[in-house]
Design a protein around this ligand. Structure first.
Ligand code: TLP
Length: 357
């Protein structure tokens, strides 16, 4: 049984809007609890063990959000003042309120990737040599799937190529794997194909996997011990966190394979939009559950288009001046996609008529 919002509005702003399943709510109610700062919450311990095993790493740590997972990981992989190479459109660089500098005290060194993927040669060229003037470059971050690139998958082979460079130069390789299961489902491979070449990573429970809260930081035991202390410094040490972990266990057991449905819906949505006059979708980028729609052909900006969609009961989010983002997720079924396409078509027609008059 599923819990779906009783509303006619179709919400494609993000997969973060998903609601927990009935089974998750039941699991929260029945979870065995303890104080997790003392490491005595059996449900949290179980989820962390499951997550580590699934990712092929030694240990894992539950944190409240993806943003905290990235911050804890940045701080656990570096020392203050270090230089961190990351993709110029990455979530860490764009959407985390500058925590990388404001809290972790790091110098972000952005490099533009191709469809979200960093070129190992660009990374190698960006590593600062030992020099009195330069900070130490100690970490490279990748994002998989890549949100702003349109949910694109960074392949295991691309990660392996990057890891050769990071290993050669003694740097750590970290993956913001907020949507790593979308990547695994898209390529139909075990998630460990993506994790084996990185030193550590995080993934989110609260996006496509539909949990209300939670992300996991995963890596070797020493790294996770550091991460546990840093989580505490940041105020993220939680007590009876089993109420967060319980739905997380269900997510790992039951919500991964169904991501395929979100990917199929995104594809149908993207192909439908691509046929509408004045709208453009780069279909190569539609590899998982995100669709980026360029509305510049209608002569309007993204905010105008989003406001019109809203009047028709369809919610989408802002990506950039002329690009609108739509994300498919649990709770959105094929019928919603058909309805969404009708609404988008109506809005496009209206805006075209406005441009002509
Ligand atoms: N992304 C959200 C917004 O913050 C943009 C979204 O709607 O897509 N890494 C990646 C790749 C993410 O997409 C997000 C959330 C995070 C980290 C942060 O996770 P939370 O929202 O749990 O802090």
């Amino acid at each position: 049984m599923t819990t779906i919002k009783r509303s006619d509005t179709i919400d494609l702003r993000s997969d973060t809007v998903t609601l927990p399943t009935e089974e998750m709510l039941e699991a929260i109610r029945n979870a065995e609890l303890g104080d997790d700062v003392y490491r005595e919450d059996p449900t949290v311990n179980r989820l962390e063990e499951m997550a580590a095993k699934k990712m092929g790493k030694e240990a894992a740590l539950l944190v409240p959000s993806g943003t905290m997972a990235n911050l804890v990981s940045l701080m656990s992989n570096t020392k203050r003042g270090d230089c961190v190479i990351l993709e110029a459109e990455s979530h860490i660089y764009w959407y985390e309120v500058g925590g990388i500098s404001a809290i972790a005290g790091l110098l972000p060194w952005p490099i533009r990737g191709h469809m979200g993927a960093l070129d190992p040669r660009d990374v190698e060229a960006a590593i600062r040599p030992k020099n009195i003037h330069f900070p130490d470059t100690t970490l490279v971050c990748i994002e998989n799937t890549h949100n702003r690139a349109g949910g694109t998958v960074i392949t295991p082979r691309q990660i392996e190529a990057l890891s050769k460079v990071t290993r050669e130069h003694g740097l750590k390789l970290y993956m913001d794997g907020a949507r790593i299961f979308n990547a695994a489902v898209a390529l139909k491979v075990d998630v460990r194909e993506f994790t084996r070449h990185v030193d550590n990573l995080m993934f989110c429970l609260s996006k496509g996997l539909s949990c209300p809260i939670g992300s996991l930081v995963v890596g070797d035991s020493e790294f996770i011990e550091r991460a546990r202390r840093i989580r505490k410094i940041l105020g993220g040490g939680m007590r009876q966190a089993g109420i967060i972990a319980a739905p997380g266990i269900i997510a790992l057991e039951k919500m991964i394979d169904r991501l395929e449905e979100d990917h199929m819906n995104a594809r149908i949505l993207a192909e439908g939009i691509a046929k509408i006059d004045g709208l453009y979708v780069d279909l190569k980028r539609v590899q998982t559950n995100i669709v980026l729609v360029d509305v510049s052909g209608l002569g309007v900006d993204a905010n105008t288009f989003i406001a019109e969609l809203k009047k028709h009961g369809l919610l989408a989010s802002y990506h950039s001046r002329t690009i609108v983002r739509m994300v498919t997720h649990y709770g959105i079924v094929r019928e919603h996609i058909e309805k969404a396409l009708t609404k988008i078509e109506e809005v496009a027609k209206y805006l075209r008529s406005q441009a002509d008059s």
